[in-house]
Design a protein around this ligand. Structure first.
Ligand code: 5GP
Length: 185
């Protein structure tokens, strides 16, 4: 039941409840359905953080879309975003002439998606757009803009609904701010 999981003890507070998230994902699905009615998109989920959002979003889009996945690492050896994206898992299908919609969990500096968008554009996609569940605009270091955004959030480290800290908390149904005591240990 709600808040019974010990994972909740590691949260400073819940930022977005599962009800708020579900309602917003439905709205995004309706908007995407309307916008892509004449040319259904290929939805490209970015592993692993976007998986929960991705699985809810595709079921909110009432179009014969197709799906694919990529896994990228935006950080080299340091913890600072370098802007260089290493592709760990590439798409399975050709996107030439397709309407591509990248599905991301969160945009922070924007470095990862700026680079990824360029990479996919070189593959002669018809159009490459972005839907992100969360956006931290204060942290932006590029001029990346998103086409669809679930929520703008403050500059805090969040987990849950697919987002992790050290691979944990992805299965939390809500999104919460991780308590600093967890990473200050
Ligand atoms: P960017 O290249 O935009 O700086 O980085 C985006 C990536 O950083 C996201 O896909 C995500 O993996 C990670 N990230 C940024 N902010 C957060 C956060 O608050 N929580 C978690 N769990 N990951 C984050």
């Amino acid at each position: 039941m709600f808040c019974e999981s010990p994972m909740y003890e590691d949260l400073e507070r819940i930022l977005l409840s599962k009800e708020e998230i579900q309602a917003r994902v439905r709205e995004l699905g309706e908007q995407i359905t309307a916008d892509y009615r004449d040319d259904p998109p290929v939805l490209v989920g970015i592993l692993k953080g976007a998986i929960v959002f991705f699985s809810d979003l595709i079921r909110s889009i009432e179009l014969p879309l197709t799906i694919d996945f990529m896994a990228v690492s935006s950080y080299g050896s340091s913890t600072k975003s370098s802007g260089v994206v290493k592709i760990i898992k590439d798409l399975d299908h050709d996107i030439t002439g397709k309407n591509v919609l990248i599905v991301e969990d969160i945009v922070d500096s924007g470095m990862t998606l700026s680079h990824l968008k360029q990479v996919l554009a070189t593959r002669k996609a018809k159009k490459v757009s972005i839907v992100t569940l969360l956006d931290k605009p204060e942290r932006r270091r590029t001029n990346l803009t998103t086409d669809y955004c679930g929520f703008q959030i403050p500059d805090a480290f969040v987990v849950g609904y697919g987002l992790d800290y050290a691979e944990k908390y992805r299965n939390l149904p809500d999104i919460g701010i991780l308590s600093p005591k967890v990473y200050d240990l």
